[in-house]
Design a protein around this ligand. Structure first.
Ligand code: HEC
Length: 153
């Protein structure tokens, strides 16, 4: 019984220190954060996807993503599904943002234009092919990309 009391005391102290340390440093990958997560203590709003504070644009993007993209692209943005993981898109399409918008509206057209990256992507994922979304306006795609970015961070 004494041992049990001691253990309880120790665990409580440990959690307390962890919270104090994390609140102070806010380093998501600090050992204390990882420890705290194993106790299922939520320290920051970003700790779990379900508690992310979305921007208004990303909220709109989330809806659009769910109805148009989530059948093939994993909503955790890091694991592949029927289509590739979308985290880090802005790096892969850096300097070619217009083309990315065209791709989302009609990926086959971009691939057929001979763009090396698009051709390679098609080859890699064949025979699966992304749908075309000609009805998505620029602002819809802005919102989807904002959501992808926020969901990936
Ligand atoms: C039917 C499944 C499917 C749906 C639905 C789909 N995609 Fe895709 N997507 C793919 C596949 C497969 C690829 C790989 C290229 C190819 O073969 O078409 C891809 C590739 C991409 C890429 C390029 C990835 C990279 O790493 O550069 C982007 C961006 C993308 N999709 C965005 C979207 C968005 C945004 C939506 C919703 C509006 C969407 N996709 C809906 C299957 C899908």
């Amino acid at each position: 019984m004494k041992l049990f009391k001691f253990l309880c005391y120790f665990i409580a102290l440990d959690i307390g220190c962890t919270i104090a340390f994390c609140a102070h440093t806010k380093y998501d990958n600090s050992p204390a954060y990882i420890l705290a997560e194993s106790y299922e203590v939520q320290l920051t709003p970003q700790a779990h996807a379900s508690t992310i504070q979305w921007s208004d644009q990303a909220k709109k993007g989330k809806q659009l993503f769910r109805s148009n993209c989530a059948a093939c692209h994993n909503k955790n943005m890091v694991d592949q599904m029927t289509g590739p993981a979308l985290a880090g898109l802005e790096d892969r399409w850096e300097g070619r943002e217009r083309l990315l918008y065209e791709w989302i509206r009609n990926s086959r057209a971009v691939m057929e234009s001979g763009d090396t990256y698009a051709v390679e992507l098609y080859r890699k994922w064949a025979p699966t092919e992304m749908n075309a979304f000609p009805n998505l306006e620029d602002e819809d795609i802005d919102a989807i990309l904002a959501y992808i970015k926020e969901a990936s961070s």
